[in-house]
Design a protein around this ligand. Structure first.
Ligand code: PGA
Length: 259
């Protein structure tokens, strides 16, 4: 079954506001020259929390999803200094969120228990979740990469109701490939994506239409080879997405192959 690919830019703690304005102008000018439509590729950008609302209210030459990089484990409103709940994201028309990025797991000690709360809150508020999984280099070298990924999926599967699976996108991001310039080989990436789909198929029929994104040093030069893999339905792009031209070219690579 054809899955419309997703290309999502994860801007992490970047960039200053002035550069965001330029980025949007450049992306719009690329799209004007050669439009990538929604049927070809879903596009999204995850800016810092500070820029979520301004990006959400921008006019683009086609729909671009605004994606939060994180969400609180606490929901609703209340005395949680510094936090943004799924309820408040939804209230601000932010309908998508990244959960479980390896930087959150590593630097903020987010474990399965916390990630379950975040996913549950996000889904209950009607958000779509991009759930990140990935093994460390040590785990890959030990030959346990597939087990680790399976565990990370099992960690949260119990809080996802059947009907909610259609609001889940999985991003496979080997930790050792994030921001390092190294990527998984195309064969390893395809094989892991297939493994993920097979695992999710045991849980839900939505597995066959679930976008599974690859992440980790994706750039215009290597996007086409990932796009050519049957189980890779898009990319979560860090560094390269900060350049609107590169982001556009990566999207173009996925749009071209999948149509
Ligand atoms: P990268 O980051 O493209 O800079 O490797 C990917 C990510 O962390 O989502």
């Amino acid at each position: 079954m054809k899955v419309v690919p997703w290309v999502v830019g994860n801007w992490k703690m970047n960039p200053p506001q002035a550069q965001i304005v330029q980025w949007i102008e450049q992306l719009n000018s690329e799209l004007k020259q050669d439009l990538i439509n929604e049927q070809e590729c879903i596009l999204g950008v995850a800016p810092t929390a500070l820029a979520l609302q301004s990006m959400q209210s921008q006019t683009y030459d086609r729909p671009i999803l605004t994606v939060a990089q994180d969400v609180s484990q606490f929901d609703g409103t209340g005395a949680y200094t510094g936090e943004i709940s799924a309820h408040l994201l939804k209230d601000s028309h932010i309908n998508n969120v990244i959960i479980g990025h390896s930087e959150r797991r590593t630097y903020f000690n987010e474990d399965g228990t916390i990630l379950c709360k975040k996913i549950q809150n996000a889904l209950q508020n009607g958000l779509t979740v991009i759930y990140c999984v990935g093994e460390t280099l040590q785990e890959r070298e030990q030959g346990i990469a597939e087990q680790v990924i399976l565990q990370q999926i099992c960690d949260v599967a119990s809080v996802i109701e059947q009907a909610q699976w259609q609001h889940i996108v999985i991003a496979y991001e080997p930790v050792w490939a994030i921001g390092t310039g190294k990527t998984a080989s195309v064969e390893d990436a395809q094989s892991m994506h297939q493994h993920i789909r097979t695992a999710v198929r045991q849980i839900t029929t939505a597995a066959d239409t679930m976008p599974i994104l690859y992440g980790g040093s994706v750039k215009p030069e290597n996007a086409e080879q990932f796009a050519a893999c049957p189980d890779i339905n898009g990319a979560l792009v860090g560094g390269a997405s900060l350049n609107a031209g590169s982001f556009y070219q990566i999207a173009k690579a996925f749009a071209k192959v999948k149509v």
